[in-house]
Design a protein around this ligand. Structure first.
Ligand SMILES: *[C@@H]1O[C@H](CO)[C@@H](O)[C@H](O)[C@H]1NC(C)=O
Ligand SMILES: *[C@@H]1O[C@H](CO)[C@@H](O)[C@H](O)[C@H]1NC(C)=O
Ligand SMILES: *[C@@H]1O[C@H](CO)[C@@H](O)[C@H](O)[C@H]1NC(C)=O
Ligand SMILES: *[C@@H]1O[C@H](CO)[C@@H](O)[C@H](O)[C@H]1NC(C)=O
Length: 432
């Protein structure tokens, strides 16, 4: 009898939650990333069935929104329409109904520039020109100015309360629809708005630095489409954001963080109930997702700009992470690296936090997990103009476990490696 009841409960829980799918995109998703675009279409019902609503916080469709629609319609066989949402539109039942009529939603950060009035003009003068360079061709989910990220969240979730449109997005998710967008806005935890790893490391400490873009985050959280507390970064490795994520976690008192690489995604099943995430990348890519746990890092680390023995993991294509327990399942084609390391030496980086020298932290750790050495000491250089202190980053794999393999079907034998429990220590050395 008991057994019968519990199996009935299990079945109804399963049918209630089957099919909820959130796609956390790591930024700069390329138009030709067939894996991820096809996956989004499949999760929204498949080619010829999928109807995608492309949501932007604006009165009219934006440039990025148009690119997303064009990709879905022209390249990937889905129907797609723009759903621009203004501050009043966010609580308009007609707009909410339009959202619910779709099988999938893609949220873009690009929103209109604010209309001209004196106040907006003054604030545009003091606003740092962060990231509003020319959007890259052939990609969506590119970095836009941080006020656009704020504007999107303020529009869909004003004062931390779901608008009708956001409630409709959740209804669509619960019904088994697909929701996608930049990973960095989806969490209920702190949302990072600006700065790089160096400014995140030294802001408010005794170490002087004149960073181009100040470090800032939004404590009140984002769109709340994920039922677990994680601070989430996008373009993680490519922009060297490991330390920016680290400080945000400690300062916002959030133990765990995820950093998704460019042109990669986490496909999250049951985001609103029991989220389980799978890593998806472009074909033949060694990119993936950083997983950071700061639960044993003391808060005074911030003031001292000194973080010791921070545990981090990195997951690559097909790895599955239970976001509630942190448990990880590796695909059967990956094998244990421990004791089978290929290289003799680690290769230290002399620009480990680089925003431009691509993915130095990721590549240094990838080499370390697959070599005979146990640790590697890296540096980030100082400069006088602008004034930036030198930083030392030690990585240690003594307690780490690695899993890797040549990518199946790749004639170039690209080797991908995942690992758990590597340690990083980050220390500011001072100017020169
Ligand atoms: C960090 O780890 C090293 C090596 O295991 C150890 O010697 C050191 O005491 C640790 N530091 C802290 C603050 O835990
Ligand atoms: C990998 O191999 C090491 C050394 O043989 C062993 O300690 C570890 O448990 C193995 N890991 C897995 C996941 O099997
Ligand atoms: C780094 O690893 C080597 C062995 O490869 C070891 O002798 C050394 O003590 C380690 N250094 C630190 C700081 O743990
Ligand atoms: C192998 O690498 C070359 C050069 O990077 C690239 O042009 C080619 O497409 C790759 N082939 C496969 C099957 O990955």
């Amino acid at each position: 009898m008991c057994r019968l009841i519990s199996s009935v409960i299990i079945i109804s829980w399963f049918t209630l939650t089957v099919g909820q799918n959130l796609v956390l995109i790591g930024g700069n998703l390329r138009n030709d990333n067939t894996q991820i675009w096809n996956k989004m279409v499949d999760l929204a019902g498949g080619s010829g069935v999928a109807k995608i609503g492309v949501i932007s916080a604006s009165k009219l469709n934006t440039l990025e929104g148009e690119k997303v629609i064009d990709n879905f319609v022209r390249l990937y066989g889905a129907k797609a329409i723009g759903i621009p949402v203004s501050a009043t539109g966010a609580n308009d039942p007609k707009v909410a109904k339009l959202v619910e009529d779709q099988t999938g939603i893609f949220i873009v950060e690009d929103s209109e520039d604010r209309s001209w009035n004196f106040l907006n003009w003054v604030s545009s003068l003091v606003r740092p020109s962060d990231g509003s360079e020319e959007p890259p061709a052939g990609a969506v989910c590119y970095e836009s100015a941080s006020y656009k990220r704020q504007n999107l969240i303020d529009t869909l979730r004003p004062s931390g309360k779901d608008s009708l449109v956001l409630a409709a997005i959740k209804t669509l998710l619960n019904r088994g629809g697909m929701v996608a967008g930049n990973a960095a806005v989806m969490s209920k935890s702190a949302i990072i708005l600006g700065g790089d790893s160096i400014s995140a490391l030294v802001t408010g400490t005794r170490f002087v630095s004149f960073s181009r873009i100040p470090f800032s985050f939004r404590k009140e959280g984002g769109l709340n489409l994920l039922n677990v507390d994680y601070v989430i970064e996008s373009q993680l490795s490519e922009k060297g954001r490991e330390v920016r994520l680290l400080r945000t976690l400690v300062e916002s008192d959030t133990p765990k963080g995820l950093g998704v690489d460019e042109n990669a995604a986490l496909i999250v099943k049951n985001p609103l109930t029991r989220p389980v995430a799978k890593v998806m990348t472009a074909r033949w890519a060694v990119s993936g997702v950083l997983y950071l746990d700061v639960s044993d890092i003391p808060t005074q680390s911030i003031a001292n700009a000194l973080y010791e023995n921070v545990t981090f993991s990195f997951f690559t294509v097909d790895d599955v992470i239970d976001l509630t327990t942190g448990e990880v399942t590796f695909p059967s084609w990956k094998t244990n690296i421990t004791g089978q390391e290929w290289f003799k030496n680690a290769i230290p980086s002399n620009d480990i936090l680089s925003r431009v020298g691509p993915s130095q932290w990721r590549e240094t750790a990838r080499r370390l997990i697959d070599c005979k050495e146990l640790n590697v000491t890296n540096y980030s250089p100082s400069s006088i103009v602008p004034m930036i202190p030198a930083v030392r980053v030690d990585l240690d794999r003594t307690r780490a476990a690695g899993m890797g393999a040549d990518l199946p079907g790749d004639l170039n034998n690209t080797y991908v490696a995942s690992f758990q429990r590597m340690l990083a220590s980050v220390k500011v050395l001072g100017i020169l």
